[in-house]
Ligand binder design. Structure first.
Ligand code: PEP
Ligand code: MG
Length: 331
């Protein structure tokens, strides 16, 4: 099976009816990078910068942050890299951080909330990203934005850091892109407001589904109880994609869900054409999408979501079987 995926590496990531799907990687360490060559992924859709903080006992100095980001950019070459700024708190606490007494850390002082309240730490990271870009393009996304103001504030800090560095003789990035991760359901209703300032949205389904179903992602007894392939979740994802289209805001999905062929089929059926995933998903998802004719799958899939009450997972599986879509684990 590995050999079969290997052969697919250089094949176009395109459906049978000619729709290009961008498959990107989720990464967090320098050693994740060679997976780009191994899988043929088109870039890094999500680089989790907090990993460098979590594997160390002390806060990484700015120089070592610059070093890591530069390594990543050098490896990627012309391929795009989207750096996600520090996503600490919740399930990713600094080893020596004062955890406080939060009863619900996933809902707590974390991600962009924490970063905006710790501007020294946050600005140092933004400065490191600007320095690492070294006059090349820079794409930065902010985690768990819940209201548009948080995005505006974070973007303003990035812009200040670009000016600050330029005033000290460092080159400005030739192209700056900023995106918001849509992980809190509230943001789905603020896409129009974001669209004036943001260049893209990346849907983080790991957190989004945890909040949508009110089911802790760290507790399988509850998280496995609610299926992503269900009408509420897919209608919500459909609404998000349509809102983004209405506001001409590019949107992608970077939760782990997109590495599973059946879930990825649902996402492309909804019109998501950029998926970022762990390296292990790229081969199986590419094999799946190359077997799909979206013009026949799409309408039947939408009917299953909007015009039926039967078990959705079974309906999608049966459409896939009839249309001979290659789902590794489901024939
Ligand atoms: C997500 O929440 O879907 C996501 C991609 O971010 P993380 O898993 O790092 O929280
Ligand atoms: Mg997340």
């Amino acid at each position: 099976r590995q050999a079969a995926f290997q052969a697919l590496k250089d094949q176009p990531s395109r459906t049978r009816d000619g729709v290009d799907i961008n498959l990107m990687l989720n990464a967090g360490l320098a050693l994740d990078m060679d997976a780009m060559d191994k899988t043929g992924a088109e870039g890094i859709g999500l680089f989790r910068t907090e990993f460098q903080f979590l594997v160390s006992d002390t806060l990484p100095k700015m120089e070592s942050q610059i070093g890591l980001y530069r390594q990543v950019l050098d490896f990627a070459g012309n391929r795009p890299v989207h750096f996600r700024t520090l996503d600490l708190g919740g399930d990713k606490m600094l080893p020596n951080a004062n955890k406080g007494e939060e009863e619900n850390p996933a809902l707590g002082w974390r991600s962009i909330r924490f970063a905006l309240d710790r501007p020294g730490l946050f600005r140092r990271q933004l400065r490191a990203l600007v320095r690492a870009a070294d006059g090349g393009p820079l794409s930065v996304m902010f985690p768990m934005v819940t209201k548009a103001d948080e995005f505006f504030e974070a973007k303003a800090l990035l812009m200040e850091e670009i000016e600050w560095s330029a005033a000290r003789g460092f080159q400005k990035p030739c192209d700056v892109r900023t995106g918001a991760m849509l992980e809190a359901p509230a943001l789905a209703f603020t896409i129009g407001e974001l669209a004036s300032e943001a260049d893209f949205i990346s849907v983080g389904t790991n957190d989004l589904m945890q909040f949508f179903f009110a089911a802790d992602r760290m507790v399988p007894a509850v998280s496995e109880r609610y299926d992503f392939i269900s009408r509420p979740a897919l209608r919500f994802l459909d609404m998000i994609r349509q809102e983004c289209e209405r506001h001409q805001l590019p949107v992608s999905v970077c939760g782990e869900i997109s590495s599973h062929p059946l879930e990825a089929l649902c996402l492309i059926g909804l019109g998501y054409h950029t998926l970022s995933m762990p390296a292990s998903g790229v081969g199986p998802v590419k094999r799946m999408l190359r077997s799909v004719d979206l013009s026949t799958f799409g309408p039947e899939f939408r009917a299953a979501i909007y015009e039926s009450n039967a078990d959705l997972r079974n309906e999608v599986l049966s459409i896939a079987r009839i249309q001979k879509i290659a789902l590794k684990d489901h024939g």
